[in-house]
Design a protein around this ligand. Structure first.
Ligand code: ZN
Length: 197
Protein backbone atom coordinates (compact mmCIF):
# COMPACT_ATOMS: atom_id res chain seq x y z
CA UNK A 1 0.00 0.00 0.00
CA UNK A 2 1.29 3.41 -0.89
CA UNK A 3 0.47 6.35 1.27
CA UNK A 4 0.52 9.54 -0.67
CA UNK A 5 0.98 12.76 1.21
CA UNK A 6 -0.47 15.77 -0.50
CA UNK A 7 0.80 19.11 0.74
CA UNK A 8 -2.11 21.36 1.62
CA UNK A 9 -0.67 24.48 0.07
CA UNK A 10 -2.94 26.92 -1.70
CA UNK A 11 -2.65 26.40 -5.48
CA UNK A 12 -3.08 30.16 -5.98
CA UNK A 13 -0.72 31.76 -3.46
CA UNK A 14 1.25 28.88 -1.88
CA UNK A 15 0.15 29.53 1.70
CA UNK A 16 -0.58 26.54 3.91
CA UNK A 17 -4.33 25.98 3.97
CA UNK A 18 -6.03 25.57 7.28
CA UNK A 19 -8.05 22.36 7.54
CA UNK A 20 -9.57 19.84 9.88
CA UNK A 21 -9.22 16.06 9.70
CA UNK A 22 -11.18 14.68 6.77
CA UNK A 23 -11.58 17.98 4.91
CA UNK A 24 -11.59 17.67 1.13
CA UNK A 25 -12.57 21.25 0.25
CA UNK A 26 -10.42 24.24 1.10
CA UNK A 27 -10.67 28.01 1.02
CA UNK A 28 -7.47 29.99 1.46
CA UNK A 29 -7.48 32.35 4.40
CA UNK A 30 -4.82 34.50 2.71
CA UNK A 31 -5.93 34.95 -0.90
CA UNK A 32 -9.45 33.51 -0.84
CA UNK A 33 -8.59 30.88 -3.45
CA UNK A 34 -10.54 27.62 -3.51
CA UNK A 35 -9.21 24.08 -3.86
CA UNK A 36 -10.48 20.50 -3.78
CA UNK A 37 -8.48 17.45 -2.88
CA UNK A 38 -7.61 15.52 -6.03
CA UNK A 39 -5.73 12.22 -6.53
CA UNK A 40 -2.30 13.81 -6.78
CA UNK A 41 -2.66 17.35 -5.54
CA UNK A 42 -5.00 20.11 -4.57
CA UNK A 43 -6.94 21.27 -7.60
CA UNK A 44 -7.82 24.91 -7.93
CA UNK A 45 -11.51 25.88 -8.13
CA UNK A 46 -13.25 29.24 -8.38
CA UNK A 47 -14.36 30.69 -5.07
CA UNK A 48 -16.60 33.39 -3.66
CA UNK A 49 -18.49 34.28 -0.48
CA UNK A 50 -22.16 34.90 0.22
CA UNK A 51 -22.50 38.11 2.22
CA UNK A 52 -24.64 38.41 5.35
CA UNK A 53 -27.93 40.20 4.68
CA UNK A 54 -28.16 43.70 6.22
CA UNK A 55 -28.65 43.51 9.98
CA UNK A 56 -26.99 40.11 10.25
CA UNK A 57 -23.33 39.37 10.89
CA UNK A 58 -20.88 36.55 10.38
CA UNK A 59 -19.34 34.97 13.48
CA UNK A 60 -18.17 31.91 11.66
CA UNK A 61 -17.74 31.04 7.99
CA UNK A 62 -18.43 27.56 6.67
CA UNK A 63 -17.96 26.05 3.23
CA UNK A 64 -20.54 25.40 0.55
CA UNK A 65 -20.96 25.00 -3.19
CA UNK A 66 -22.55 27.49 -5.55
CA UNK A 67 -23.59 25.66 -8.71
CA UNK A 68 -25.10 27.04 -11.88
CA UNK A 69 -27.07 24.33 -13.60
CA UNK A 70 -29.42 23.83 -16.48
CA UNK A 71 -32.50 22.08 -15.13
CA UNK A 72 -35.06 20.25 -17.21
CA UNK A 73 -38.23 18.74 -15.85
CA UNK A 74 -39.96 16.62 -18.49
CA UNK A 75 -42.45 13.81 -18.93
CA UNK A 76 -44.41 15.16 -16.05
CA UNK A 77 -47.39 12.83 -15.61
CA UNK A 78 -50.25 13.50 -13.20
CA UNK A 79 -52.14 10.82 -11.28
CA UNK A 80 -54.72 9.57 -13.75
CA UNK A 81 -52.21 9.55 -16.56
CA UNK A 82 -52.60 13.05 -18.02
CA UNK A 83 -49.44 14.81 -19.05
CA UNK A 84 -48.56 18.17 -17.54
CA UNK A 85 -46.19 20.82 -18.87
CA UNK A 86 -42.58 20.54 -17.80
CA UNK A 87 -40.06 23.35 -17.80
CA UNK A 88 -36.43 24.02 -18.57
CA UNK A 89 -34.08 26.77 -17.53
CA UNK A 90 -30.91 27.89 -15.76
CA UNK A 91 -30.91 27.90 -11.97
CA UNK A 92 -28.33 28.68 -9.31
CA UNK A 93 -28.12 26.39 -6.30
CA UNK A 94 -26.31 26.85 -3.00
CA UNK A 95 -25.49 23.63 -1.16
CA UNK A 96 -23.87 23.55 2.30
CA UNK A 97 -20.72 21.38 2.19
CA UNK A 98 -20.00 20.92 5.90
CA UNK A 99 -21.27 18.33 8.36
CA UNK A 100 -25.02 18.64 8.88
CA UNK A 101 -27.83 16.12 9.05
CA UNK A 102 -29.34 15.39 5.64
CA UNK A 103 -32.61 17.10 6.57
CA UNK A 104 -30.78 20.26 7.74
CA UNK A 105 -28.62 20.20 4.60
CA UNK A 106 -31.71 20.07 2.40
CA UNK A 107 -33.60 22.73 4.36
CA UNK A 108 -30.63 25.11 4.29
CA UNK A 109 -29.88 24.40 0.63
CA UNK A 110 -33.50 25.12 -0.28
CA UNK A 111 -33.50 28.43 1.62
CA UNK A 112 -30.08 29.53 0.31
CA UNK A 113 -30.90 28.59 -3.29
CA UNK A 114 -34.10 30.68 -3.11
CA UNK A 115 -32.37 33.65 -1.47
CA UNK A 116 -30.08 34.71 -4.33
CA UNK A 117 -27.84 36.54 -1.87
CA UNK A 118 -25.09 39.00 -2.79
CA UNK A 119 -21.60 37.62 -3.29
CA UNK A 120 -18.27 39.18 -2.33
CA UNK A 121 -14.71 38.51 -1.25
CA UNK A 122 -13.83 35.31 0.57
CA UNK A 123 -13.06 36.46 4.15
CA UNK A 124 -9.54 36.35 5.60
CA UNK A 125 -10.74 33.84 8.16
CA UNK A 126 -10.66 30.07 8.47
CA UNK A 127 -13.38 28.28 6.48
CA UNK A 128 -12.94 24.65 7.47
CA UNK A 129 -15.03 21.49 7.58
CA UNK A 130 -15.60 21.13 3.82
CA UNK A 131 -16.52 17.53 2.99
CA UNK A 132 -19.28 17.36 0.38
CA UNK A 133 -18.02 16.28 -3.05
CA UNK A 134 -19.27 18.11 -6.11
CA UNK A 135 -20.95 14.91 -7.38
CA UNK A 136 -22.83 14.61 -4.09
CA UNK A 137 -23.82 18.29 -4.30
CA UNK A 138 -25.26 17.59 -7.77
CA UNK A 139 -27.19 14.61 -6.43
CA UNK A 140 -28.65 16.88 -3.75
CA UNK A 141 -29.69 19.39 -6.40
CA UNK A 142 -31.60 16.65 -8.19
CA UNK A 143 -33.26 15.78 -4.91
CA UNK A 144 -34.24 19.45 -4.38
CA UNK A 145 -35.77 19.73 -7.85
CA UNK A 146 -37.73 16.48 -7.48
CA UNK A 147 -38.92 17.63 -4.03
CA UNK A 148 -40.14 20.97 -5.43
CA UNK A 149 -42.06 19.20 -8.17
CA UNK A 150 -43.60 16.73 -5.73
CA UNK A 151 -44.81 19.61 -3.56
CA UNK A 152 -46.85 21.10 -6.38
CA UNK A 153 -50.51 20.36 -5.92
CA UNK A 154 -51.35 18.45 -9.09
CA UNK A 155 -50.85 14.89 -7.81
CA UNK A 156 -47.70 14.12 -9.65
CA UNK A 157 -47.35 10.49 -10.71
CA UNK A 158 -43.96 10.56 -12.42
CA UNK A 159 -41.43 12.84 -14.00
CA UNK A 160 -37.98 12.99 -15.46
CA UNK A 161 -35.42 15.44 -14.10
CA UNK A 162 -32.17 16.36 -15.79
CA UNK A 163 -29.59 18.51 -14.04
CA UNK A 164 -26.60 19.54 -16.14
CA UNK A 165 -23.89 21.40 -14.30
CA UNK A 166 -22.74 24.61 -15.95
CA UNK A 167 -20.18 25.94 -13.49
CA UNK A 168 -19.35 25.61 -9.84
CA UNK A 169 -17.62 27.67 -7.19
CA UNK A 170 -16.57 26.95 -3.65
CA UNK A 171 -18.35 29.25 -1.29
CA UNK A 172 -17.83 30.76 2.16
CA UNK A 173 -21.18 30.90 3.98
CA UNK A 174 -21.71 33.23 7.00
CA UNK A 175 -23.32 32.02 10.24
CA UNK A 176 -23.88 33.13 13.79
CA UNK A 177 -23.43 30.59 16.57
CA UNK A 178 -25.83 29.82 19.38
CA UNK A 179 -25.73 26.92 21.80
CA UNK A 180 -25.76 23.77 19.65
CA UNK A 181 -27.11 25.71 16.70
CA UNK A 182 -25.99 27.72 13.74
CA UNK A 183 -28.04 30.48 12.20
CA UNK A 184 -27.43 31.30 8.57
CA UNK A 185 -26.64 35.03 8.25
CA UNK A 186 -28.11 35.09 4.73
CA UNK A 187 -31.47 33.37 5.21
CA UNK A 188 -31.92 33.20 8.99
CA UNK A 189 -32.32 29.41 8.76
CA UNK A 190 -31.39 27.67 12.02
CA UNK A 191 -29.69 24.28 11.83
CA UNK A 192 -28.32 22.09 14.57
CA UNK A 193 -24.56 21.89 14.70
CA UNK A 194 -24.29 18.18 15.45
CA UNK A 195 -20.53 18.48 15.55
CA UNK A 196 -18.68 21.71 16.10
CA UNK A 197 -17.83 22.51 12.47
ZN1 ZN B 1 -4.09 31.36 -1.29
Amino acid sequence: MTVRLIPLDCPSCGSAMRSRDGDTLFLCEHCGGGAVLGQEALEQVESTALLPTPGRRAEIWLPGWMIDAEVEVADRVRAGGRGAPGWKGPKTFVIPAFNLSLSDTIRLARALSAAAGATGQVPHEPVTGGRLKLTDALALIRHLVVGDEARRTDLLASLRVEVVEGSHRLLALPFTKAKGHLQCAVTGTVVSASQEP
